[in-house]
Design a protein around this ligand. Structure first.
Ligand code: 5RP
Length: 285
C-alpha cells in the first residue's frame, strides 16, 4: 500500500488496535435537517474531541467545523437523491477528488446500492473513485446502503454487498450489524465498520450492538443517530469509544454512560442555580 494511503487510513483505523470511532453526520445529504442535526455545528462541536474521524459532506465541513480542529475527515462524495424522491439509489459522485484534496481529507466515502435499480452505476462509480483515490493516496470507504429497505439487513445480503465493495477496491466498508455478522466480516478482506442505524430503544441496545459487532470482527463504528439523537450525546460517544478502544464490556460502557450523564445533569443544575436572581438582586429591582 502506498505510504500516503496507509498514513491516511491509520488516522481512521488506529494501527495500535486496528480499531476506530467514526462520527457520522452526513445524513443531511439526503434527509435534510435530520432531528438533532438541524444546526450541525451545535451537534458536532461537543463530540469532536471524542471522534477518531468525522464523516460528512463538504457543505457541512466548510460551514460547521472549525478548520483549526485536527480531526481526520471522511468526505461523503456521493449523492443525488432525496428521501422524498423516487429512488434513493440514483446517486452519482458529486464532489471531485481535487476538492477533497483541497479540504485535506483522510478518506472519500460513497454509497453502493446492491440489488437496487442503480446498482450498476453505483458500482462503476466505486471502481472509478478507487482509481482516482489511489492516484492521490486517498482511501475509499464504501457504504453498503439499503435505502428505505431496512429489512435487507441480513448476513446474506450484507455479506454480498461488503465483499463486492472490497472486490471493487474499497479500502474500508461500512455496513449494518446483523445476525451471523462474523460471516460478513470473514468474507470481506478489508476492515468493516458498522453504522448505528435509526435510534434504538435504549442505550444498552446501542452498547450491545457495538460490543457484538466488535466481537464478530468489526473494526469499529461509523455511528450517528444513536449518539447525537440521545439526550446525552457526549456520554454516548465516550461509552461507545470505551467499547471500541478499551474493550469495555456492555456493563462497563453503561456505567461510563450513567456516570457522565449524572455529572452533566449536576453541572446543568448548578449553572441554573447560579443564573437564578438572588433575593438581594430581586429586592433591588
Ligand atoms: C447514510 C450514512 C450514515 O452516515 C450512516 O447511516 C451512519 O449513521 P447512523 O449511525 O445514524 O445510521 O452513511 O447513508
Amino acid at each position: 500500500m502506498d505510504w500516503g494511503l496507509k498514513n491516511r487510513l491509520a488516522k481512521i483505523i488506529k494501527p495500535q488496535n486496528r480499531r476506530g470511532v467514526m462520527l457520522a453526520v452526513d445524513h443531511g445529504y439526503f434527509l435534510g435537517p435530520t432531528e438533532r442535526l438541524e444546526v450541525p455545528r451545535k451537534t458536532i462541536a461537543p463530540l469532536l474531541p471524542f471522534a477518531d474521524s468525522l464523516m460528512l459532506t463538504r457543505g457541512v465541513l466548510r460551514t460547521s467545523v472549525d478548520a483549526n480542529f485536527p480531526v481526520p475527515v471522511v468526505l461523503r462524495v456521493s449523492g443525488g437523491a432525496s428521501i422524498i424522491g423516487k429512488d434513493l439509489s440514483n446517486e452519482s459522485i458529486t464532489t471531485s477528488v481535487k476538492e477533497a484534496i483541497r479540504l485535506n481529507v483522510s478518506a472519500l466515502a460513497m454509497s453502493i446500492f446492491i440489488g437496487a435499480p442503480h446498482e450498476h452505476e453505483s458500482l462503476v462509480s466505486l471502481g472509478n473513485l478507487v482509481n482516482e483515490g489511489e492516484e492521490y493516496g486517498i482511501p475509499v470507504l464504501a457504504v453498503t446502503a439499503v435505502g428505505k429497505e431496512l429489512e435487507k439487513r441480513d448476513a446474506r445480503y450484507l455479506g454480498l454487498a461488503c465483499r463486492m465493495a472490497a472486490e471493487f477496491g474499497a479500502h474500508l466498508v461500512k455496513t449494518y450489524y446483523c445476525e451471523n455478522f462474523e460471516k460478513v466480516v470473514t468474507a470481506c478482506p478489508v476492515p468493516v465498520i458498522i453504522a448505528g442505524g435509526p435510534k434504538l430503544a435504549t442505550e444498552l441496545d446501542v452498547f450491545n450492538l457495538t460490543h457484538d459487532a466488535l466481537q464478530a470482527g468489526a473494526a469499529g463504528v461509523d455511528m450517528g443517530r444513536n449518539i447525537w439523537q440521545n439526550d446525552h450525546p457526549v456520554a454516548m460517544i465516550k461509552a461507545v469509544r470505551a467499547i471500541v478502544h478499551q474493550k469495555a464490556t456492555v456493563k462497563e460502557a453503561n456505567e461510563i454512560f450513567l456516570k457522565i450523564k449524572s455529572e452533566s445533569s449536576q453541572n446543568k443544575d448548578q449553572l441554573q442555580q447560579k443564573s437564578k436572581p438572588t433575593q438581594k438582586s430581586k429586592s433591588k429591582k
